[in-house]
Design a protein around this ligand. Structure first.
Ligand code: ZN
Length: 319
């Protein structure tokens, strides 16, 4: 990237609206190896006079949370002050290169700037692509057998899954790239008495959802009470596992090094009338479309069973 490496960065103004973000980004941008950022911070390496001064004005956690766009401007201003030597506090002596990051949408994307003393050295941006109603696919549904296996890529399919890419590398966008479940590295499922039936159902190959008999409405995510009438006796039902893509995004730059890209977070609208956040797998990126009919399937990852969805014509072919 512009002939500069991480060791050339004198100060880093990082996206920090949540306390874990500094640690996550130090690892995601490879300033630290995975698992080592917490120790890096605890040992004082991000102080203004240390190895990598980070967020030298205390960041938005000590200022405000003005929204992602205003935050980025705030960091750029602070970085410029560092490079010009005009900071009133915590001036990094001799700073010549500053790294600035911004993020959003649950860390699905990041923008980065590499600033020199009097110019922008480089700009990087993660990439996501989304669908719109105008592209809705009119595929019809097929009666459910929601318990299909994970679809496999056809022999001719490109398999572009890679682990996290480097900052500033060219954006990848291949419509033939195959969307597969993450092989590992998903955070463990945090089961509680309210959500336990959902996860027990997934382990048994069933997509379960709650239902309020009084209001006759489905409820998802698992709740202790009906969000409409507050009755606490919600029933559990088994979903047919059929629905359509309501919204999706394709992630081409991994927010964590252990994740493989591309992957496609999506909101799926089930035929029973509820929506859920999931991932679309078992197809190529180019197969994604808002309105596309999808069928649930289940993937075992690090001891958890997660409900994913695949285009219905693909899961039908697997049967
Ligand atoms: Zn109710």
């Amino acid at each position: 990237m512009a002939g500069l490496g991480r060791n050339d960065v004198d100060v880093a103004e990082l996206y920090d609206p949540f306390s874990f973000e500094i640690i996550r980004q130090l690892e995601a941008f490879r300033f630290c190896a995975e698992g080592e950022a917490a120790g890096f911070v605890l040992d004082g390496h991000i102080s203004p006079d240390a190895t990598l001064p980070v967020t030298t004005d205390g960041g938005v956690l000590s200022f405000s949370h003005p929204g992602a766009s205003a935050q980025m401007l705030q960091r750029v201003i602070r970085a410029a002050q560092q490079l010009r030597g005009t900071c009133a506090t915590n001036q990094v002596s001799g700073a010549e290169v500053a790294f600035v990051s911004n993020g959003g949408a649950g860390a699905l994307f990041s923008d980065v700037l590499l600033l020199g003393a009097d110019h922008v050295v480089a700009v990087g941006k993660s990439r996501s692509v989304g669908g719109s109603r105008a592209n809705a696919d009119a595929s019809s549904s097929t009666p459910a057998n929601a318990l299909s296996s994970v679809p496999s890529p056809p022999a001719t399919s490109a398999t572009a899954a890679t682990s996290g890419s480097e900052v500033g590398e060219a954006v990848i966008s291949d419509p033939q790239a195959w969307l597969a479940p993450q092989p590992q590295g998903i955070a463990p499922t945090m089961t509680n008495p309210v959500s336990a039936p959902l996860w027990e159902g997934a382990a048994a190959g069933e997509l379960r959802y709650q239902f309020c008999e009084a209001c006759e409405i489905p409820v998802m995510d698992p709740q202790p009470a009906c969000p409409q009438c507050l009755v606490q006796s919600l029933a559990w039902r088994i979903s047919e596992g059929l629905g359509e893509i309501e919204s999706y995004s394709v992630v081409w730059r991994a927010p964590l090094p252990r994740l493989e890209v591309p992957y496609a977070p999506a909101i799926v609208r089930l035929d029973e009338g509820y929506s859920m956040l999931t991932n679309i797998t078992g197809c190529q990126v180019g197969d994604l479309a808002v309105g596309k009919r999808v069928t649930v399937h289940f993937a075992e990852i690090d001891g958890a069973t997660l409900p994913y969805f695949a285009p219905s014509e693909h899961t039908d072919q697997q049967r």
